[in-house]
Each structure stands twice: as structure tokens, then as C-alpha cells.
Design a protein around this ligand. Structure first.
Ligand code: ADP
Ligand code: MG
Length: 694
């Protein structure tokens, strides 16, 4: 048994929190820092020096010897480079020093991070700049300073900078609407996010025996185990001891780092689990999720486990996603997606709702692109939650409201009264309706939207940048109209009604898995981009470029760089997967199968010599030989096709999708058939049964 931990005491104990700052900084310095994060004013070097000194004192008291600028390059994971605090005194001793300059700016050797062409080779330097709104923390003996990462020419090279920009934008535009509704208290609007993280845990010893898991994070081969998830005996089931001690350890580490880990449970697939945090502002939620993913992996090693964050580690059972719960709230604590109790509050709610629906419809492709990756392609549109078609689920009550508002304009049913916004009260919308639709990619769940498309391994920066920016854009359009309206109420009515009826097609309550929905969605003109190769080109459409540049989220160059990086990542990943398959097939599977066939053949010949029956051997040898030949052919085809890759990245992506992936599947089919024909002792690596039911 671990000793009991005092959660309130350890929570955030490794974070240089606002409370720690208040305690350790001179009041004037603390105020200057507050000003800086609230109004964006800059910090003087003297103040930065004071903060650096206080941080260092705090960190060294806690045993830190190093500091690092911590940033989120476009690889989707975090990066760090550690420097110690030591400074020589000249007489052979050292002091522990840390200056404001070192706090504020860093210059990591950044030439190997993807830049999508943003950095010319002659100017490969990248810079990191302290983000004073995110708290520094201690991990593994280092003081971590959250930073933004940019190039010599000032282009953002990271995921954090555009996320910060998008939070500012959505706040600015939402405030315009709030002012129109007479809110004079709120100063800012905050995008709040809670990201539910799914993952798999496997025994390390078994993982180590599979090259595919080690190199690609997923199984590239593996016949289905005799048992899958059909009994639903894992979901919310009792957590086994080893996993439970892992989760306990994980929680403790996350809490120390101020990550609001709240819920843990077993997920649908065997060996699959989930950690859900309490929501916080989008920046903190994104930092927290990056930390959580890293700690999940590290912590697993301590428990002789491996944590898989891949979207689809195993064929045939559920993959892992990251439900991104998103909403907007004022700094005074009002959730803007909470239906209110008065007609006025309802009217404001409906403006935000209509803006969201309009945005989701207008920018379906953009949202889809932010979750596109080779890994996530195995989930979206592949018989798994959710489909690749973007739609919004509102629930019955809200649907009824939307219907009655829409009916108001076209008067198709004059018998039914229309809902007059700002005058009529809305029916109460229960926060948790029981018929919540689990297949919806973007579901309204009472006071927030749950975006279920993001993949388990990806950074949530991209999806939240998109949600914030799209919302900012629609609110901007609404505010432009409403600020100039002669009659606010009737203008409001027209606006909301127009938005809802124009974009009604994006609202869908039915079963998102069904083929009927695919047909229906096509009739509605919704886009259905089932793979990364197909969807990414829409990322840089004029409409999206216009959106992100208008709001200053990305320059066009920054935006195109991201497109190039995502596309390249897709190609590289599939190349690695294809080569790993070849390696395993040629060097492990085929030799094993041939050995087994040889044994059978020897046995058959001896048995024949004494006249014994040998139908089993003979039949098995036949099948093994046939499938071995087919496996060999499949390898040759994949190898040959890999030689024919087109040079241009866009064409290569399509080629990977249209040619290489089917080759890989054909190869897998042969290998999986052989697995079921080969004696267990001969099979060169652990099977699905071994891995999933250890
Ligand atoms: P469930 O979706 O299982 O019913 P909850 O509604 O409690 O569970 O929350 C799921 C996730 O959504 C949690 O991470 C939670 O912190 C987050 N969440 C709840 N309210 C909000 C909100 N207003 N904004 C963003 N995220 C939220
Ligand atoms: Mg949920």
C-alpha cells in the first residue's frame, strides 16, 4: 500500500502558481506581472529579473538544478533543452543564477524541428519567449518555463502562439456581443476546455517483443483474438490492481503539476482506459494535456507497463480519441452556452448557439482538417466513433427550439407559434439528457460542445484554435449587424433565424454510423472527407486562409507551413509503417512460418514411411505454403510500389492512401491468416490474445 497522500497539499505543489508569486514577489512586481497578463502590457527587465530570481529560489528549494524553456513545436509533442543554474564565481566555485533575460528569451538549437519551410537554412535559429500567463513548474529536477517558439523573422513555429492569438480573438468578438446585451461587468471571455484522454496500457515485456508497437505505436499485424469487446465487460469494469496502482501514481504526479485530473475509468476496449480533467482555460488545458500525455507514458514505465496513445493500436476493437469539451465563459464566471432562465438571457444564449452552428457548417472542412492524421484515419469514417462527416447534435429540447425559431421565418406552419427571441421564454434544457448521442462528432451537452473527433495522440491546440477562430468570425459578423441595427430586437430575431435556417443542414440527431446518414449527408451537401490525404488540401482553401489571416491567428505563410508539415507527417508515418511491415514479414513472420512448415513436412514424411494417416499435416502444409507464397508476393508488391512514390508531397499523400495502404492491408491479411495456421510456439511475437488479455 502506498501511504496516504494529502491531495489539497500536494495539488500544484510543483507549480509556481499565482499564490506562490504573490507570496514571493514584491507587491509592485506582482502587480506588474498581473497587469502584463491581464492587459498584455510588457514587463520591464528589472521586473523580469525579480521574477526570475524568485522562480529560481523557489525551484532550487525544491531541488531543481536546471531550467528549461518548454515549448510546443509542430511535432505535436513538447520540446525542452536544459541548462543548469550554475555560474562560475572565478575562484573554482559556482553560484546558482538565473536572470530575467534567461527567463524571457531562449535560443534552442531548433534546426531539426519541422518548420514547413518557414526557416531558411541560412537562418535556422528559433527563439523561445516566456509566456507569463502560463505557470512555470518543476519536473525531474528542472524548472520548466512555458514559452512560445518562433523564427528569426517572427513566424510562429509552435502550436501555442496561434492558440493564444485565437483566445484573444474570440474574447474580443464575444465581448462585443455581451456589451450589446448590456453586460458591463465582464472584461474578458475565456475559452474553457476539458480534454478527456483515452489510452491503452500493455505489459512492457510483451510490447518490447513487437517491432510494430515499438516503432509505430500500433499493431500492423495481428489476427483477432477469440474474444474482443463484445461482452462489454471492460467498460467501467473493476480496475485491475496493476492498472489501479498506475492510475493512483499518475494522479499524484498530475496533481503535483496542477493538472486537474478528475475521472478515471476503464474504457470499452480491453486494456483501454480514460483520464478526464476538470476543465480550465484553453491554454492551461492544452499545456495540461501535453503534460498528461508525457507523464502517462513515463509513469507506465515505472509500473512495467507501456502507455499507448495511438488512435488505433489494435484492429477490430475501439480506438482512442480525445473528446474536447469546449465552451465560452466570462471572467465573471458566466457560461455563454448555458441556456438562461429569462427571455433576455435566452436571447444571448441563442446568439452564441446560432453563431456556433453557422460556424460549424461554414467551416466543416477546417474542423475536419484539424483532426486529420494517419492514426486518426483509422477512427474517423472507419466504422468507429465518430464518422468523418461533421455534424452538430443538439438534443431534442434544443432541436425543438431551433425548429420553432426557423418556422417563424418561412411561415410554413402558421398554426404553430414561432418563438420570438428576447420575448418568449425557452423551455428548460436539461443539462444531462439521457439520450445523448454517442456517435455525434460535435455534441451539445448542456452547456458546452463536445468535439469528439480529435485523436488521442494529437495536441488539442489545433482543434481549439479552430473552434475559437470560427466562433470569433461568426460573432464578428453578428456584432457588425447588431451594433448597427435600428431595432435591436427585430434585428436579433432575423439574424438568429437566418443563421439557423441557412445552416440547419449541419444539425443531425440520428445514428452517425449508419450508411443512411452518409447518403443523407451527401444529399445535404455536407462534406465527407474520409482520409487525411483527401481532406488536407481543403485546409488551405481561400476561405480558410481568409479566416485565419483576418483574425491574425496565422499569417498566410504560417498557415501554409502547417499544411506542409501535416502532409509530410502523414507521408513519413505511412512510409515508416510500410517499412516496418516489410521488416516483420520478411525477417520474422516468413522465417517462422517456413520453419513450422518444415517441421510439419518432416513429420509428414516420417509418418508416411510407416503408412500412418497424415491428412492434417498435408492439408496444413498446403495452406501454409499457399499463404506463404501470397505473403511473399504481397511483400514484393509493397516493396515495388514504395519505389514508385511520386515526388510532390500532395501526390505522394494520395499515392500512400490509394496504393500503399491497400498493399499494407493485403500483406496484413496474409500474415493474419498464417498466424491462425501456425503453431503458437513458432509465432515470432505476442498475439492479440497475449496483448489484450494478459
Ligand atoms: P460527461 O461528458 O461524461 O457527462 P462532464 O459533463 O462532467 O462528463 O464533463 C466531461 C468533460 O467536460 C470534463 O473534462 C469536464 O471538465 C468538461 N467540461 C465540463 N463543463 C465544461 C465547460 N463549461 N467547458 C469546457 N469543458 C467542460
Ligand atoms: Mg464525455
Amino acid at each position: 500500500m502506498n501511504e496516504a497522500i494529502n491531495v489539497p497539499v500536494i495539488f500544484g505543489s510543483d507549480v509556481f502558481t499565482e499564490a506562490a508569486m504573490r507570496q514571493r514577489l514584491a507587491p509592485a512586481v506582482y502587480e506588474a506581472w498581473k497587469q502584463c497578463i491581464e492587459t498584455g502590457s510588457s514587463l520591464s527587465l528589472e521586473n523580469a529579473n525579480e521574477i526570475a530570481e524568485a522562480m529560481k529560489e523557489w525551484a532550487t528549494e525544491k531541488g531543481a538544478t536546471h531550467y528549461t524553456h518548454w515549448f510546443q513545436p509542430m511535432t505535436g509533442i513538447t520540446a525542452e533543452k536544459h541548462d543548469s543554474f550554475i555560474t562560475p564565481t572565478g575562484d573554482g566555485r559556482v553560484l546558482m543564477e538565473f536572470s530575467g533575460k534567461e527567463l524571457v528569451r531562449g535560443e534552442p538549437d531548433a534546426s531539426s524541428f519541422p518548420s514547413g519551410g518557414l526557416r531558411a537554412t541560412f537562418e535556422a535559429r528559433g527563439y523561445t519567449a516566456w509566456d507569463p500567463s502560463s505557470f512555470a513548474f518543476i519536473k525531474d529536477g528542472s524548472l520548466y518555463i512555458p514559452t512560445c517558439f518562433f523564427s528569426y523573422t517572427g513566424d510562429a513555429l509552435d502550436k501555442k502562439t496561434p492558440l493564444l492569438r485565437s483566445c484573444e480573438e474570440v474574447s474580443r468578438e464575444a465581448m462585443r456581443i455581451l456589451r450589446l446585451f448590456g453586460d458591463t461587468d465582464a472584461k474578458r471571455v475565456i475559452a474553457s476546455v476539458g480534454a478527456e484522454q483515452e489510452y491503452f496500457l500493455l505489459p512492457k515485456a510483451l510490447y518490447a517483443q513487437r517491432e510494430d508497437l515499438r516503432l509505430t505505436g500500433r499493431t500492423l499485424f495481428g489476427a483477432p483474438a477469440p474474444k474482443g469487446q463484445e461482452l462489454d465487460d471492460h467498460y467501467f469494469g473493476a480496475i485491475r490492481t496493476r492498472v489501479s496502482s498506475y492510475m493512483k501514481d499518475l494522479d499524484e504526479q498530475l496533481w503535483r503539476l496542477g493538472v486537474l485530473s478528475k475521472t478515471k475509468h476503464n474504457e470499452a476496449a480491453p486494456c483501454q482506459h480514460e483520464m478526464a480533467p476538470i476543465y480550465s482555460n484553453a491554454i492551461h488545458a492544452c499545456d495540461s494535456n501535453q503534460l498528461a500525455m508525457e507523464i502517462m507514458k513515463k509513469c507506465a514505465a515505472k509500473h512495467d507497463l507501456v502507455c499507448l496513445l495511438h488512435e488505433k493500436p489494435f484492429a477490430g476493437i475501439n480506438g482512442s480519441g480525445k473528446h474536447n469539451n469546449w465552451s465560452l465563459a466570462t471572467d465573471t464566471g458566466k457560461n455563454l452556452f448555458s441556456p438562461g432562465s429569462t427571455p433576455r438571457q435566452n436571447a444571448q444564449f441563442l446568439v452564441f448557439l446560432a453563431a456556433f452552428i453557422q460556424g460549424a457548417d461554414e467551416y466543416q472542412d477546417f474542423l475536419r482538417c484539424t483532426v486529420a492524421s494517419a492514426g486518426n484515419d483509422h477512427r474517423l469514417g472507419s466504422n468507429e466513433a465518430p464518422p468523418a462527416i461533421l455534424s452538430v447534435y443538439l438534443g431534442d429540447e434544443l432541436n425543438a427550439v431551433v425548429d420553432s425559431i426557423i418556422r417563424g421565418t418561412n411561415y410554413t406552419d402558421p398554426a404553430k407559434s414561432m418563438m420570438r427571441i428576447g420575448v418568449d421564454a425557452m423551455p428548460a434544457i436539461p443539462k444531462d439528457t439521457t439520450d445523448r448521442n454517442r456517435t455525434s462528432p460535435l455534441a451539445f451537452t448542456g452547456n458546452k460542445f463536445e468535439f469528439r473527433m480529435p485523436g488521442s495522440s494529437q495536441s488539442i491546440a489545433g482543434p481549439n484554435i479552430a473552434l475559437n477562430t470560427i466562433m470569433a468570425e461568426e460573432l464578428r459578423k453578428f456584432a457588425d449587424v447588431l451594433e448597427n441595427a435600428d431595432d435591436f430586437d427585430s434585428s436579433l430575431q432575423t439574424l438568429v433565424c437566418q443563421a439557423l435556417s441557412d445552416h440547419r443542414r449541419i444539425i443531425f440527431s440520428g445514428n452517425g454510423y449508419a450508411q443512411e446518414w452518409k447518403d443523407e449527408a451527401a444529399r445535404r451537401g455536407l462534406s465527407n472527407l474520409s482520409s487525411t490525404a483527401e481532406c488536407l488540401p481543403t485546409y488551405i482553401s481561400d476561405k480558410n486562409v481568409e479566416l485565419v489571416t483576418r483574425h491574425g491567428i496565422f499569417t498566410e505563410t504560417e498557415f501554409r507551413a502547417r499544411y506542409a508539415i501535416h502532409l509530410e507527417a502523414y507521408n513519413k508515418l505511412l512510409a515508416i509503417e510500410a517499412r516496418t511491415m516489410l521488416d516483420m514479414a520478411v525477417c520474422q513472420i516468413l522465417p517462422a512460418v517456413l520453419r513450422y512448415t518444415q517441421t510439419l513436412t518432416d513429420g509428414l514424411l516420417s509418418k508416411k514411411s510407416i503408412g500412418a494417416a497424415c491428412k492434417a499435416e498435408s492439408s496444413l502444409i498446403g495452406k501454409l505454403s499457399t499463404h506463404s507464397d501470397w505473403l511473399y508476393d504481397a511483400c514484393e508488391k509493397l516493396k515495388a510500389d514504395l519505389q514508385k512514390l511520386p515526388g510532390r508531397t500532395e501526390e505522394a499523400a494520395l499515392y500512400y492512401h490509394d496504393t500503399i495502404l491497400p498493399d499494407m492491408q493485403a500483406l496484413r491479411d496474409q500474415a493474419d491468416t498464417l498466424e491462425k495456421l501456425t503453431a503458437k510456439d513458432y509465432w515470432p511475437f505476442p498475439t492479440y490474445s497475449d496483448l489484450l488479455f494478459y
